[in-house]
Design a protein. Structure first.
Length: 665
């Protein structure tokens, strides 16, 4: 397997000076020198050429009898050298060729000068003048950026020519020959050494620069990937809640300003909780991905925007001129999912495949100037679809009292849940990633209908938030969790989901303080999980409420990190103690790219300071994978399913007794 460029560079930098260099990296080095090096050669050629011609002045002083010949030779060679380099550089001749031509010009210039000087009758002056030949050697080894071998050949010819001329042409004393010969040889060796050092250092600088570029490119790519997390659902690849909210506002503004109509289509997978409970969360995720892909195909064919709205609910924004056109899109969506024929044997109706209920609302049918109203009406239409035969499309009609009644019935159910004792909590254990000890549990709210049937949190929580019933339900959840889990079961810590809607009502933190005093629970044993699907860091009431809870000593946890439901900027602006990584990233870690993404997210959180919880651990393989990563806590069905308080107490007792049994054995 061909090593990566970064690996080649790392290997090259560790080589010792005598080891051969990588041919591919050397070729890249020459290629990178490119145009900038050609311009350096052009400047050097002009300087050397002009300097060579100007030395005619010293010719006149020291060997004036041959000045006409040396001056003419200098003019021809100097101008020819400059002109030749201009032509070669203009034609973008490869740099190694240009270097060899420069080297040849230096040798020719020195040889011609030395040859003509030998004809001078001013032997003493000429013998002194020969010392200036060192300049040619320095030009070869230091002035031009010749490679070591080319510099060695060029300066070697110059040194050999001088020593040969000194021995055969110029009548000098033995002492003079030794002194000047030593000077030449010393200059030859020292300038070659400097040339070697400079070339080696240039090469290493090049390697480090390329490696820095690769690292920067990787940082940019990972940064871009992390940025995409704020607008992309990690599991399905669709636009997430944040991106959909932005697109929804843009559609609404276009409708208000220019009358460009559009529809909001909400899609909910029928009986998805039963599917998850029977097939498991991994199969549930595969189902979500398949549904998302089908929705994307329909949306792409009709120029719509599709996103995941949360859980098993999706949303499509469709630009359309009429309600009829919107209904056609909604029906195409329903049919596309039915065509998938995904098996669902646990459905209580006659169908045995995955289907969806679809609710839609058209912009022209909704009164008011707030886009949230349009989503609410699509929501009502969706409830109407689910209340009928499911696997159908319902469109909001403001003249149909039945739809309003359905929505209000759900709202009534939520409002009377506490009074009629139809709400309860279940607890899912959270384990220390290293020791396996239970360090906390998440309290999850459950609601039952009057006939005893469970009501999905995906259904009643949004209604509770919109109607304001979530405020009292939230206080009840905190009080019940403190009494059941912290006092009754002796759990170290319990986390309770808190909606941003609860912070908008003054006094929430004061109510939590009263509950802690009432139950005698230390504030540090209670954690609140912020689960609102909007940009909570931009809401002043949420920020104020979190600050007040922090002042009480309550721990702050950020849920669904990485899905876009919680912004990346939360890590900078809000004082969270724990960040929970959405389970979709763990499932995506089955691929190398997904594993790197999870590691990037863990590194991002760790650098910001909070501890980490990875959700969705369902297999021993996933747990082993996380054991090698910087994860603090784990949560998932493999470690413990959500359970009533009695089952939680039994679960904790069993884990406490297990070490004792193993010791007695």
């Amino acid at each position: 397997m061909q090593p990566s460029l970064a690996a080649q560079i790392d290997g090259e930098l560790t080589k010792r000076w005598h080891e051969p260099r990588s041919a591919s990296l050397r070729a890249l080095y020459v290629e990178r020198l490119g145009e900038a090096q050609r311009q350096d050669v052009r400047l050097a050629a002009w300087i050397v050429g002009l300097l060579y011609m100007l030395f005619a002045v010293t010719d006149a002083v020291l060997i004036g009898d041959v000045l006409p010949y040396t001056a003419a030779a200098r003019l021809v060679i100097g101008l020819g050298f400059i002109a030749g380099m201009e032509i070669q550089i203009g034609r973008s001749v490869p740099l190694p060729v240009i270097d060899r031509q420069c080297a040849a010009a230096v040798v020719v210039g020195y040889g011609v000068w030395l040859w003509l000087s030998s004809y001078s009758h001013q032997h003493l002056s000429a013998s002194y003048y020969m010392i200036f030949g060192i300049i040619f050697m320095m030009v070869s080894n230091l002035f031009f950026n010749f490679g070591f071998r080319l510099a060695l050949a060029t300066s070697g010819v110059i040194a050999a020519s001088f020593l040969g001329a000194l021995a055969t042409v110029f009548p000098v004393s033995y002492e003079y020959a030794v002194a000047v010969g030593t000077l030449y040889l010393s200059t030859f060796v020292l300038t070659l050494y400097v040339n070697w050092k400079l070339n080696r250092e240039r090469y290493r600088v090049f390697l480090n620069a390329v490696r820095a570029e690769l690292q920067q490119q990787e940082v940019v790519e990972r940064g871009a990937a992390l940025l995409r997390l704020s607008t992309t659902d990690a599991m399905t690849g669709l636009a997430n809640r944040r991106a959909i909210d932005e697109a929804l506002r843009a559609h609404w503004e276009a409708w208000q300003a220019r009358g460009h109509g559009f529809g909001v289509v909400l899609i909910d997978i029928d009986y998805f909780k039963l599917f998850n409970d029977h097939y498991g969360h991994q199969e549930g995720d595969r189902c979500l991905v398949a549904v998302a892909a089908a929705l994307e195909r329909v949306a792409a064919a009709r120029g719509c925007i599709v996103g995941r709205f949360g859980g098993e609910e999706f949303i499509v924004l469709a630009r359309c001129e009429s309600r009829r056109q919107m209904v056609g899109i909604a029906e195409a969506i329903r049919a596309a999912i039915e065509t998938l024929r995904l098996p669902h044997c646990q459905r209580p109706d006659r169908s045995e495949t995955i289907t969806v209920s679809v609710g839609a609302a058209f912009s022209a049918d909704v009164a008011g100037n707030k886009v949230e109203r349009l989503v609410t009406e699509a929501d009502r239409a969706l409830y109407a679809a689910k209340a009928s035969d499911r696997n159908c499309v319902r469109v909001f009609d403001r003249d149909d009292p039945g739809q309003l009644g359905l929505y209000e019935s759900v709202a009534d159910l939520v409002r009377t849940a506490l009074a009629q004792d139809r709400v309860s909590l279940v607890y899912q254990p959270i384990l220390d990633a290293r020791t396996g000890a239970v360090v906390a549990a998440e309290a999850l709210m459950r609601l039952t209908a009057p006939d005893g049937a469970p009501v999905s949190p995906a259904v009643f929580i949004p209604v509770a938030e919109r109607t304001g019933a979530i405020v009292e339900l939230g206080k009840w959840a905190v009080r019940t969790a403190c009494r059941e889990a912290l006092t009754g079961a002796g759990l170290k810590r319990v986390s309770v989901n808190v909606s941003a809607a609860q912070f908008r009502v003054p006094g929430f933190a004061l109510a939590v303080a009263g509950i802690l005093a009432e139950t005698g629970i230390a504030a540090g044993r209670l954690a609140v999980e912020v689960t609102e699907g909007h940009e909570i860091e931009t809401q002043e009431a949420v920020m104020q409420g979190l600050a007040e809870l922090r002042d009480l000593g309550v721990k702050l946890w950020l849920d669904d990190f990485g899905t876009g439901f919680a912004g990346l900027s939360c890590l900078r602006s809000l004082p969270f103690d724990v960040v929970k990584i959405d389970r979709s990233f763990l499932y995506a870690a089955e691929t190398p790219q997904g594993a790197r993404m999870l590691e990037d997210i863990l590194g991002l959180v760790r650098n910001a300071g909070p501890a980490t919880v990875v959700e969705g651990v369902e297999t021993d393989g996933q747990r082993a994978f996380l054991a090698a990563r910087p994860v603090d806590m784990l949560q998932g069905f493999r470690l413990g399913r959500p359970m009533p308080i009695e089952a939680l107490r039994a679960f904790l007792r069993e884990r406490e007794e297990a070490p004792a049994r193993s010791l007695s054995a």
